[in-house]
Design a protein around this ligand. Sequence first.
Ligand code: MG
Length: 242
Amino acid sequence: MQKHFFFDLDNTLTPSKSLILPEHAPILKKLSGRADVIVVSGHGEKDIRKHLTPVLEGAFHILGQNGNFAETKDGRVLWNRSLAQAQKDAILAFVAKARKHLGYTVRDENDIVEDRDSQIAFSLIGHHEDKAVKDAFDPDFKKRIQLLNNLSADVETLKGANVEVRIGGTTNLDFFELGKNKGFNVNLFIEKMGWEKPDCIYVGDALFEGGNDETVVGVIPTKPVADYRETYSYLSKVLLDS
Ligand SMILES: [Mg+2]
């Protein structure tokens, strides 16, 4: 069994932007007694804690905002990388262009952009839109892959402003400092903790090209899952075999 389990959050440990299911929490808790659990998410640390519920408090290390905020399970903040105003401006210009290109009418104009300080999350239809609507919006990521392809010149402009964009969650694009993606931050965390890479594994639902888990490929071994249900059937098997 691996010693260090890294997990994406949305749709890997929990239904997207929702609490962990009550029947899944004991499985993750049990794992945390036998191995390190590290949660690597586009969400900030507050949302990560909230979604994993008090039952799991203190059981996991946090790499929030695609790893641009790092906190150990005993509460040590290892780093927190804020975006500069010029980077935020470039991101908002991209979002405005993308929204014009898409032409969607959304329910709440104020629910599109979330500034999480070291990351900005852009939901194409609204962060707090109904869960069923969000789940049905882009389950195969094709809409967002197409959007990034259509706006490839603007993606390059973002890079010029030192910003990287990745597909995350069910309806999001995540923006953060260029190169400071999940792969970079997982690698740095392993170094700081003095762990060995072959002892690690990363479980995620967006390990495909363009996904926000893809950058971990090649850093440590990875386990792609279709959704959180598959994660827990995998973990149940791991715990049974160990
Ligand atoms: Mg995910």
